[in-house]
Write a protein that binds this ligand. Sequence first.
Ligand code: NAD
Ligand code: ZN
Ligand code: ZN
Length: 353
Amino acid sequence: MTGLPATMRALRLHAWGVPPALVEVPVPQPVGEEVLLRVEAAGLCHSDLHVMDAAEGVLPYELPFTLGHEVVGTVVATGDAAGDDLVGGRYAVHGIWACGSCRRCRTGRENHCPSLSGPVGAGLGRDGGLADFVLVPSARHLVDAEGVDPVALAPLTDAGLTAFHALRPHRELLAGARVVVVGVGGLGHLALQLLAAAGPAEVVAVDPRPEARELAARLGATRSVGSVLDAAALVAGAGGPDADLVLDFVGSPETVGALPSLVGPGGQVALVGSAGGRITVAKGAELPRGWGVAAPFWGTRDDLEAVVALAGAGLLHAETETHSLDDAPAAYDRLRTGAVSGRAVVVPTPHSD
Ligand code: NAD
Ligand code: ZN
Ligand code: ZN
């Protein structure tokens, strides 16, 4: 590992319910299949706020660890079993560091690997990309991203990937459909772009922030409203609620509570946001005939390859604002107060070299 510094900066979570701190830690040395990347860009996800706000014992993660699960970087060193040919290449990191050998992993469903009941991967229980360097356990978690802008790409490794994976089962339903997108933040603004390509007849975007509604309109939403109540009024048909698909990127008691007033017969719900809302799923209960509810989790490596290809073809582009690693805590504050449009991305430019 010639030419690499001995230490690096990392934004680490040291205690539950306490903001993370930027500290100096050793640069990890890759062994075996491990790969070391210099981080070019790392996105800040709303899930990080849920993680840092969690009470002790809620999440199965040991502290401390480095945050950052939307990571793009350049390989600078590899372990003996990883292969030197990776060095110098730009890669998107698939942050789900699953076992790789169970039934689900072997059939390309590594986002449902039982081992993820503990730490999930990069920045979620294991050291992630809000640092100068990130150690990835194996090259199988890397997707070639040569020629793609790292800042625009970083949010696609989770926000874009999760939106893609949430929409994937509904592809056939989308043409000519009526879709409601709740929350036009990091995930929602990328879902709108994916929808624009899929051909629904009508997309209603919901967000209380006027800037988010403007962004939604720019990204092809047919209508943009400020609350789920307004959306319910808009999608009501003669016989009651009439949306074919609701993508809930908030998941709060308010938004989840509104689902029965949005979803029409045969309507589908993708509950992606994690803000504590609950819904009763039972026949003849709150939702109309033919309902389907899914709570999709992140996405597979194959999905990430598809998402990187969409980015490379110019079809999926994250709106970003950039921050230095020193400013990452302030950027999280902006995310918390709703000041970020699209995604905040940290570019950990070295202090000196
Ligand atoms: P974000 O902060 O970038 O965006 C959230 C958006 O929702 C903001 O624009 C905000 O103004 C809007 N909003 C807030 N309250 C609202 C309401 N009542 N009605 C409509 N809009 C409202 O967040 P993000 O990074 O896009 O993440 C969204 C959610 O998805 C978070 O809960 C996050 O933890 C979760 N998430 C889940 C997965 C998964 O795999 N299931 C992956 C990533 C993120
Ligand atoms: Zn996330
Ligand atoms: Zn597995």
